[in-house]
Design a protein around this ligand. Structure first.
Ligand code: ATP
Ligand code: MG
Length: 357
């Protein structure tokens, strides 16, 4: 029997509607070549849905997504709809509802693309940022007292559980284990934040004992940000709490170059629930509707999805084709200094994958 996967497809807003079809085009080519089946369920949930119905997705939205093996998302957010509505109406319920406790972003400088860092090439920038995605600093525990008076008082607690810390660290160690350099860096701030961060350090040191083959180091988040810019070549896998991981997972792709090609994943490693794959970029209202956006971030996210589903060979093939297209001057969109349209790039990559690249 052939391998078959059910994919929930949510293009969302703006350029998501342009990049997702190109992602699907390339996924389809990979499925044909490597002999598996993708069954697609299309959902047009977006800020437009919100304007029409008052909800970003229907009441049984999560239930419907829950029947899929993976979620393939474009971008969510549009001017006129506040971010907290679009985020809390769609993305956050998905991340939480499906316990996607890992946010994963490869930060890899591709040949033929530019990094804002001077004198750096592809050999210098190739690392992953692993962010804890469910607890830590993003808690709803806290409050406000004496509002409007001189005694006004506001607090917000961070919550670090052994379960939550250990499972993200384990994921990061396991990921480092699969990489040639086998190096893991931990981001904390134990000199200033004196309960939660030392606890994280403690669990990190404890777990390191089970992975003797992995080189570990750790930095405070402030100097780590400086090192991302000054010494990106030091890093292989970098793990951080919800807040620090958030910061690093925007800085990392920025260091690695174009926003248009950066992919990301929200993962439930146990596969008890679907994971979600989406480009790093947003809906880009300034260029939406023109079919000039870069679809590579979406296509690369599709490759990450295939890897998660167990189709590693197909994922590797897509990545090779992206690298080749960029290195050898294939069609490129304006953000990379070319003239090609979104569909030109998608078609070229689909053809390359089909042709055995
Ligand atoms: P978010 O929705 O995460 O808040 P944002 O509004 O901060 O995102 P984006 O929507 O990612 O930012 O757009 C930032 C800039 O990058 C815009 O000028 C946009 O046109 C450009 N950009 C984003 N994605 C792409 C892409 N795929 N191809 C070309 N340019 C892009
Ligand atoms: Mg935006």
């Amino acid at each position: 029997m052939s391998r078959s996967y059910r994919i929930a497809v949510v293009p969302g807003d703006g350029i998501g509607k342009e990049t997702v079809p190109e992602g699907l085009r390339v996924l389809d080519a990979a499925a044909r070549r490597f002999g598996f089946d993708l069954k697609l369920d299309h959902y047009d949930w977006s800020c437009e849905t919100y304007k029409n119905t008052g909800r970003m997705m229907p009441e049984d939205g999560l239930e419907r997504l829950g029947e899929s093996d993976s979620i393939f998302l474009g971008a969510v957010g549009w001017p006129g709809v506040p971010d907290h509505v679009s985020l809390w109406g769609l993305l956050i319920p998905i991340r939480r509802g499906f316990d996607q406790y890992i946010s994963l972003r490869p930060c890899k400088l591709m040949p033929g693309t530019k990094t804002p860092l001077a004198n750096r090439g592809p050999a210098d920038i190739d690392f992953y940022v692993v962010r804890e995605n469910t607890e830590g600093e993003y808690s709803s525990s806290g409050g406000r007292m004496f509002e409007g008076t001189p005694r006004e008082f506001v607090s917000q607690e961070s919550v670090f559980t052994r379960h939550g810390v250990d499972r993200v660290l384990k994921y990061a160690f396991e990921l480092a284990q699969t990489r040639p350099r086998k190096k893991l860096t931990s981001a904390t701030k134990s000199n200033g934040i004196t309960f939660t961060m030392p606890y994280w350090d403690e669990r990190f040191a404890e777990m390191a004992k089970s992975y003797p083959g992995i080189t570990t180091d750790q930095f405070h988040i402030d100097i780590l940000c400086a090192h991302f810019v000054q010494h990106p070549d030091w890093f292989d896998v970098v793990v951080g709490s919800n807040l620090f991981g958030d910061i690093l997972s925007d800085l990392g792709p920025a260091v690695a170059g174009s926003i248009g090609i950066a992919p990301s994943a929200n993962i439930n490693p146990e596969k008890a629930h679907p994971s979600m794959f989406e480009p790093v970029h947003g809906s880009a209202p300034d260029i939406a509707g023109k079919f000039i956006c870069n679809p590579i971030g979406q296509i690369w996210s599709g490759a990450m999805m295939l890897e998660h589903l167990g189709e590693k060979e197909a994922a590797d093939a897509i990545l090779r084709c992206i690298e080749k297209l960029l290195a050898e001057g294939g069609p490129r969109t304006r953000d990379l200094g070319g003239q090609a349209g979104t569909e030109d790039v998608g078609r070229a990559l689909a053809q390359a994958v089909a042709a055995g690249g």
